[in-house]
Design a protein around this ligand. Sequence first.
Ligand code: ADP
Ligand code: NA
Length: 336
Amino acid sequence: MTVVSGIQPTGKPHLGNYLGAIRNYVKLQNEAHDSGGRCFIFLADLHAISMPHDPAELHASTLEMVATLVACGLDPAKAVLFNQAQVPAHSELQWLLMGTARMGWLNRMTQWKDKAGKNREGQSVALFGYPVLQAADVLLYQANYVPVGEDQKQHLELARDIAQKFNNDFASEDAPVFTLPDPYIPKAAARIMSLRDGSRKMSKSEPSDMSRINLTDDADEMAQKIKKAKTDPEPLPSEIAGLAERPEALNLVTIFAALDETTPEAVLAEHGGKGFGHFKPVLAEKLLEILGPIRESFVELRQDREVLDAILARGAAQAREASRPTLNAAYNALGL
Ligand code: ADP
Ligand code: NA
């Protein structure tokens, strides 16, 4: 089993990142380690330059994100933790795959359409080509497990299409250059929604900080955000069907269930019939129970610049070595 996944080091990591991605990195890191497999988790700093960005801020957030990942339980002794920019094979393979990826495939990416909006002409070429870099990220390590949130499923399908076409066009059937990666999407928390609008996902790019719980929020900030979270005046139903038309209520129940590693049904069985005056404080307490220790460990790690730099340097050296055979095979296959 080879696990590969990445997270952008822009903005503050939030509860959606934790429940939809980081928590699964930790589980898969342990599974891979116990079964003799490998786990690569990278900070997608090369992806971050596809949008307007501040260089000093990007550098600082990269270090903050390593501290966050380690605070959440990623262990540099079990997983290879690195940033893309220190492993040139990522950009190299992206360029090699640019010859295989089709304009039409990229044009269909919903994230491109969402991010570009009406102003496609004004976007960077990197924003358009970004899914090809993402394909390179996972194909370089022959990943077969890619833990991502629901929003990344389409990009992973694109990575499979690129791998398949490249193998068909340039490799013999018995010696494919790339393994086709499978997404690993957690059912429970695949899509945590904004606290202010149940129709949008919780995201770093949402302007209002009240829309998300940051992993770096303190107890008061968390309690305040849950208290102000948009809901409705109805009490919680005792059956999940009762939440069908109540996205904000469903989101809070989903968050509680994910934090408690139980199901929304079980949460409703316990709290059905009660209103948000009761449920919100219970949720805030659960958040603090899970995220409090993570925040404490983050605050401590963040001070230790040398340790963070060392983790990244060691991870990059391991990733450079691990990616070399596939990169060489891709060059060879292309006649380069
Ligand atoms: P963001 O969209 O906040 O900028 P990233 O694009 O860096 O976050 O995503 C990092 C990981 O977190 C990805 O695997 C993504 O699928 C997951 N993720 C992001 N937002 C959510 C969410 N609201 N719910 C569940 N998973 C999410
Ligand atoms: Na995203």
